[in-house]
Design a protein around this ligand. Structure first.
Ligand code: SIN
Length: 304
């Protein structure tokens, strides 16, 4: 087969392919090493990290749905210092590609402090600032549903970041382009979208919500058309690069997301259904490219 080029570049950072496991679906990579060599991945976005360790929400915090799942994990993580001192050195032994540090917070100061701790880590290539978690009462999505709040977090983080800053946006808004433009105007280097859609299930026999937190974020193949539409709208409204995500589960989905304007793609819920999902997607990319007459992924143009 002809040599095909899967490399993509985001804010000057080279990724060997555009396939990146999404934050919260891949931990810090360790559990997946028993299935495949992580070095075939384009990059890894690691579990959303906050300044303090967090146990997360009460269980049950997962609910299955027909075309995906709900989660209300609540940002369980070991805290920024532990991630820098323990998780990242361990991850370096199993993965030599670029890392995306996914960072969450409950106040502007939280985000700034966590960025200060993680921005200097050598393997961290990009910072992904999560202003879109639907599973926490304060902060999280509250910052990502107001253009002013999104801009304020962007500006605060940009002051201390030494790596490109990508703001991770919520789909739970009327006009995602307004939030995207506010982040761009405030200095964001790029955007990641979409996070999960707020949803709910009820256990009809017990007559109560399935999730202890009542509501959670819906992800999986069912949200792919919604994610694609939002990526298309946002890439039509801003000039900064966009990482597209939401229900991506095949190599063809990756290419479709790139035709909507995404520069790279994250794969989330698919990792929880099949731990080999990202490997399968990476391996299927060349054949999919060949069948569509695509020689280099970086040459894919956004459809008009
Ligand atoms: C969570 O930990 O609750 C999921 C993270 C997110 O949806 O941003």
């Amino acid at each position: 087969m002809e040599q095909l080029n899967t490399e993509v570049v985001l804010s000057g950072v080279r990724f060997r392919n555009p396939v990146i496991p999404a934050s919260g679906t891949f931990g810090f990579g360790q559990e997946f090493t028993r299935y495949y060599d992580l070095n075939l991945l384009g990059g890894i976005s690691f579990k959303g990290t906050t300044i303090e360790p967090r146990f997360g929400n009460p269980t049950p915090r997962i609910a299955e749905c027909q075309a995906g799942m709900l989660n209300s994990v609540g940002l369980q993580n070991p805290g920024a210092e532990h991630v820098r001192d323990v998780e990242l050195p361990a991850l370096r032994k199993i993965f030599n590609g670029p890392l995306i540090a996914n960072i969450s917070g409950f106040s502007e100061e939280d985000y700034v402090r966590a960025v200060e701790i993680l921005t200097g880590a050598e393997q961290v290539a990009l910072l992904e600032i999560n202003i879109s978690c639907p599973n926490v009462r304060h902060g999280g999505m509250a910052f990502g549903t107001s253009p002013e709040a999104a801009a304020a977090i962007t500006r605060a983080v940009k002051k201390v970041a030494t790596k490109p800053v990508y703001m991770k946006l919520s789909p739970n808004v009327t006009d995602i382009t307004a939030i995207a433009k506010a982040c761009e105007d405030a200095g964001a280097d790029g955007l990641s979208l979409i996070n999960t859609l707020l949803g709910m299930r009820i256990d009809v026999r017990r007559r109560r919500p399935v999730l202890a937190n009542k509501m959670g974020g819906y992800s999986g193949p069912g949200i792919f058309p919604v994610a694609l539409r939002m990526v298309y709208q946002v890439t039509g409204a801003v000039r900064i690069p966009v990482i597209g995500m939401g229900g991506v589960s095949t190599a063809r989905d990756v290419i479709e997301m790139m035709m909507a304007g995404a520069r790279a793609v994250q794969v989330g819920a698919a990792n929880l259904v099949d731990p080999l999902a990202c490997r399968s997607i990476v391996e299927a990319l060349p054949e999919e490219m060949a069948s569509l007459g695509i020689h280099a992924l970086s040459e894919i143009e956004r459809v008009s």
